[in-house]
Design a protein around this ligand. Structure first.
Ligand code: ADP
Ligand code: ZN
Length: 283
């Protein structure tokens, strides 16, 4: 059996599964202090005999291969987790091989191995939720530079009718600052789910997401671009984003079928845990 931990900033999901991605049991609980949270992780896995484990963690995390602090959470606003050596603690407690990457890379791995990307050689998974992040998997391997990417923080051209200054504490009007769930809420004073019928909201949202996707597409040329996360529950965004993307691309690169390029996830909300299994399998 393989262990999976989706270590999110607000909740942890722990699961056990098979190498084929089947989930056999799972549990979820809120993320509190590291000590308390890891105690619950141990309690869940103590019922099982697991060979190895994969973790998709909230970030930023240290993934610099040559670092003494590889696998530690870095400078997060969640103070008790700041510089917490998550990988080291898990290895110590379970004494099995543990693979760690970002939560969005885990989702990308899940879709690549078991979901909508399983016949593709590269896929980019983008999550549009509390934050915006993207992870590229190519030939079964997560893309890794010196550390993990932060593709949510690309700078965009403002929509001419948008006077919101942007909510990113570092950049103001980067993609995350303009288009993540909290940015929508800050701009309109209401949550995205309550704005379902406001066409203008989604026009602006699609405008920003399409711009970022254009940038990712020309830089990385992924075979599949998968859009997930809470904000993408507004399904009307998919056709709007595709249309805007094709308009911005303006024929520069031939795209045979944009409906197959820019897609919804294939695993509902399970790409994260299943991706953790996939990460463990590569270890
Ligand atoms: P997280 O990013 O924290 O893992 P989610 O992917 O669920 O969590 O994203 C949460 C964000 O998505 C919140 O900002 C929330 O307002 C927004 N959201 C959730 N459901 C919807 C919806 N149906 N329509 C628009 N926005 C939504
Ligand atoms: Zn930013």
């Amino acid at each position: 059996m393989i262990g999976a931990i989706e270590a999110g900033g607000t909740k942890f999901v722990c699961a056990v599964g098979n190498p084929d991605g089947t989930i056999l049991d799972r549990t979820a609980f809120p993320t509190t202090t590291p000590e308390e949270t890891l105690a619950r992780v141990e309690e869940f896995f103590s019922k099982y005999s697991i060979e190895k484990m994969g973790v998709g963690a909230f970030g930023p995390i240290n993934l610099r291969a040559d670092s003494e602090n590889y696998g530690a959470i870095e400078n997060t606003p969640k103070v008790p987790w700041r510089y917490y050596p998550l990988l080291e603690e898990l290895e110590k407690r379970f004494n099995i091989p543990v693979a760690i990457n970002t939560d969005v890379i885990a989702s990308s791995m899940g879709e690549y191995e078991y979901g909508i990307g399983k016949d593709a050689s590269s896929c980019l998974y983008i999550t549009v939720g509390t934050g915006i992040g993207a992870g590229l998997v190519q030939d079964g391997k997560p893309f890794q530079g010196r550390n993990h990417s932060e593709m949510g923080h690309v700078i965009l051209k403002k929509h001419p009718e948008d006077d919101f200054e942007g909510a990113c504490p570092s950049h103001g009007s980067c993609l995350e600052g303009l288009a993540a769930g909290p940015a929508i809420e800050a701009r309109y004073g209401r949550k995205g789910a309550e704005l379902a019928n406001e066409d203008h909201v989604w026009e602006i949202e699609a405008y920003y997401l399409a711009q970022a996707i254009l940038d990712y597409f020309v830089i990385l040329s992924p075979e599949k671009i998968i859009l997930g996360g809470g904000v993408m529950k507004q399904e009307k965004l998919y056709p709007m984003i595709r249309e805007k993307f094709m308009e911005l691309l303006n024929g520069y690169i031939e795209v045979e079928n944009v409906d197959e390029l820019i897609v919804a996830p294939g695993l509902d909300d399970d790409q994260g845990v299943k991706g953790c299994i996939a990460l463990a399998m590569k270890k």
